[in-house]
Design a protein around this ligand. Sequence first.
Ligand SMILES: NC(=O)c1ccc[n+]([C@@H]2O[C@H](COP(=O)([O-])OP(=O)(O)OC[C@H]3O[C@@H](n4cnc5c(N)ncnc54)[C@H](OP(=O)(O)O)[C@@H]3O)[C@@H](O)[C@H]2O)c1
Length: 283
Amino acid sequence: MTANRAMQTKDMTVVVTGATGRTGRRVAEAARAAGLTVRPASRAHGFDWDSPAGWADVLRGADAAYLAHPADVGAPAATEAVGRLALEAVALGVRRLVLLSARGEEQAKPTEEALRVPGARWTVVRAAWFAQNFSEGPLAEELRRSGELVFPGDGVPEPFVDVRDVADVVVAALTAGDRYAEQVLEVSGPRLLTFGEAVAEVARAAGRKLAYRPVAARAYGERLAEFGLPPEEVAYLVDLFDSLLDGRNAHLSDGVRQVLGREPRDFTAYAEEAAAAGAWRAD
Ligand SMILES: NC(=O)c1ccc[n+]([C@@H]2O[C@H](COP(=O)([O-])OP(=O)(O)OC[C@H]3O[C@@H](n4cnc5c(N)ncnc54)[C@H](OP(=O)(O)O)[C@@H]3O)[C@@H](O)[C@H]2O)c1
């Protein structure tokens, strides 16, 4: 790192949305480790994607922002909010914007487009399915509690990516000046695994009997409706899983090597670390 770059990084303040979530937490950690000042922004910190009136207070005086919308990135609410926030950010001088998007997700294109407001130095990071979906969040909780993961995607290979690699790529993009401005970076893990193979790896690491039970996207949607999800959200997710898990993503992307100059973290190492931390310990 040059002295000039070190100075720029030391003086840089980044707003990290979703700072208590899977990626935001790691982006905040990696950004602090790189010497940036982090301004965490989730509801616990007074930032609400549903209350634009409060956004300026969070953005003012910052240099950059990491945007991870809590709804799926392609949901209409995400498109509208990201576009609106990007406009407000640029108007306040926060021009460096990094959006978390999803690899192979046609539905996310309008949100990516909404980020590209005049004056923004934007980067889109399109991630594969997170490895951490198996250890953090609602799917993980179901797997830990019931010993079974019920999900679409039977036999479809996916290169699950460790969210720490996503965070490292985001921070590298933030601290590399304009090197990754106006670019889309696609990141995946180093090898393809089906959901069944991934759960088998998790079971081995956890020393527990855990199973994957495939269901059709439509049947999965019916389950979500039983849990009280509104019909329009169910319809969106059925369509999303149907398309994302049709084999289009059964290939690797080299964003981690391209940006970080190293191989992505492997799923087995992730599973062993998460197991050691108690992620799948039965009640
Ligand atoms: N899961 C995957 O495999 C995958 C792959 C590629 C892309 N993505 C994208 O990842 C994004 C989600 O990111 P993530 O997985 O890092 O997040 P996450 O783990 O789902 O956590 C959501 C975060 O957003 C915050 N939040 C929730 N509602 C909020 C609101 N109304 N206003 C402000 N903050 C709110 C939460 O904190 P509080 O509750 O404290 O506010 C939390 O920090 C989605 O856009 C998804 O499309 C996911």
